[in-house]
Design a protein around this ligand. Structure first.
Ligand code: C2E
Ligand code: MG
Ligand code: MG
Length: 450
């Protein structure tokens, strides 16, 4: 196979019979360093500028909503638009060479005394370069976001300053800032995350996962009547990996189903063991919203419940229902028929729309801990919690408050007519054996709380 350079050379070769013009090499060199659509420099040209001598700042300017804009105005107009912005930026920087580094990204190098000055200059350049652009007589509004990286610094995770600046554009957008320098801490360790993903499946099979149980206290029964299973991953080298990390990761990579199936199997086994110790408790399991569009997951859950007679409650969050309501509602109906109750977890933390409550027939609503933690000091939070309890009761749902940490919060919730409480005051998540010990022997089924 021919190398890309040989291919390019053949493409540019003069027609047979004609003498090779002297500028053949010059044309080749020009092509190697320029973007064909806009005539601006390309990534290689920017890398060369950045690599020359003293430390400089690489600044990349991302055209915001680039893809939407390109489908609205077309590829040709987009190329003109990029060329115009490129020339504007060059003019603003005393003729500095501007390169096109990605589809909607332009870049240049800048000298500045320090990071602060570089970021301020980049922000000013964005403001100055984003005046409307006239294309075929019509003004097109654009906005720019800048990302910066200083050359001469070593960064093992992202060695190229152009790559660092490109990541900084995304970071600036996420932080809703006009311009921002590369933030290594915020970037984290994606390579490490990647290896964690591949380790997750093996970890399920080799005993690195376990379940902790957190009690749910019933105000009326004055006893713990349910527990919530919370997954724990003890990694041999990294130690405890937070569920916020591995659950999000499993959701993104399609591993959430095997993880949840493992949790359900283990929770059912542990529920039977609790029953043998004299504690008949409902078992709550967190079921990621994504699984509510997976009918075969529902088949699995129904079969597991049928085979064991387990009393399960699935705690779900609203995302999937909002994304795919018809499928989710059908699956939730199947759960209800099989006797699996459904709880709306973290209520109040997301969109929590009335449409959501109207669509979903849940048995329980769990008020997010962010409101419950503020109960002691905030009259506003107290009002919101009380109104939510009344709303849920009106719709025939029981209410659990999570994040109960103080006796005051517990007393307030009792007074508001809340049905269940969960939180560090009642009990932190613990292993099965610690839970059994806490609950006491068969004679002390009811665990009373202050
Ligand atoms: P969640 O379902 O809302 O679980 C409650 C979280 O709040 C737990 O964190 C628990 O330890 C913590 N918590 C409980 N009481 C208190 C309290 O009084 N104060 C405070 N500040 N925090 C309290 P954890 O175990 O780190 O779990 C975090 C999240 O990870 C869970 O939130 C749940 O969404 C998810 N998760 C855990 N296990 C699983 C699982 O097996 N499957 C899925 N899909 N998600 C899971
Ligand atoms: Mg939960
Ligand atoms: Mg929750």
């Amino acid at each position: 196979m021919r190398s890309p350079l040989a291919y390019l050379s053949a493409l540019l070769s003069p027609a047979p019979g004609r003498p090779a013009p002297h500028d053949h090499d010059a044309r080749l060199a020009h092509m190697a360093l320029h973007d064909q659509e806009t005539g601006l420099g390309n990534r290689l040209s920017l890398e060369r500028l950045a690599a020359g001598g003293e430390p400089v700042y690489v600044i990349l300017f991302g055209i915001d909503r680039f893809e939407i804009l390109r489908s609205a105005i077309g590829y040709d107009s987009m190329a003109s638009l990029l060329t115009t912005v490129g020339h504007r930026l060059s003019g603003l920087c005393g003729g500095e060479r501007v390169a096109r580094v990605g589809a909607g990204i332009l870049g240049l190098v800048l000298h500045a005394d320090d990071d602060h000055q570089a970021v301020q200059t980049a922000a000013r350049l964005c403001e100055a370069a984003q005046a409307p652009i006239i294309l075929n007589g019509a003004p097109v509004d654009i906005s720019l976001t800048a990302g910066l990286a200083r050359t001469g610094l070593s960064n093992r995770a992202v060695p190229s300053p152009v790559d660092r600046a490109s990541i900084a554009v995304d970071q600036a957008r996420a932080a809703h800032r006009r311009a921002m320098g590369f933030d290594a801490e915020r970037y984290g360790d994606p390579a490490g995350n990647l290896s964690l993903i591949s380790e997750l499946m093996a970890a399920l099979g080799n005993g690195e996962f376990s379940l902790n149980y957190q009690p749910k206290y019933d105000f009326r029964a004055e006893a713990v009547t349910a527990v919530e299973a919370l997954a724990r991953w003890t990694h041999p080298r990294r130690g405890c990996v937070s569920p916020d990390v591995f659950v999000a990761m499993a959701e993104e990579t399609g591993h959430i189903r095997p993880l949840t199936e493992w949790v359900i199997h283990q929770a059912i086994r542990d529920q039977a063991e609790l029953a043998r110790a004299g504690h008949s408790l409902t078992m709550s399991v967190n079921v990621s919203g994504r699984l509510l569009s997976d009918e075969s997951f529902a088949d699995f859950a129904l079969a597991a419940v049928k085979a064991s007679g387990a009393r399960l409650c699935f705690e779900i969050t609203e995302t999937a229902v909002v994304a795919n309501p018809d499928v989710a509602l059908h699956i939730l109906e199947r759960f209800a028929e099989a006797g699996i109750s459904v709880s709306l977890d973290d209520y109040g933390s997301g969109l929590s729309s009335l449409t959501y409550l109207k669509q979903i027939r849940a048995d329980e609503l769990k008020i997010d801990k962010s409101f419950v933690l503020g109960l002691d000091d905030s009259a506003r939070d107290a009002l919101l919690v009380k109104s939510t309890i009344d709303l849920a009761h009106g719709l025939g749902m029981k209410v659990t408050a999570e994040g109960v940490e103080t006796p005051t919060a517990l007393a307030l919730l009792r007074g508001m007519g809340c049905d269940m409480a969960q939180g560090y005051l009642i009990g932190r998540p613990v292993s099965l054996s610690d839970l059994v010990e806490r609950l006491g022997g068969p004679a002390r089924k009811a665990t009373s709380v202050a």
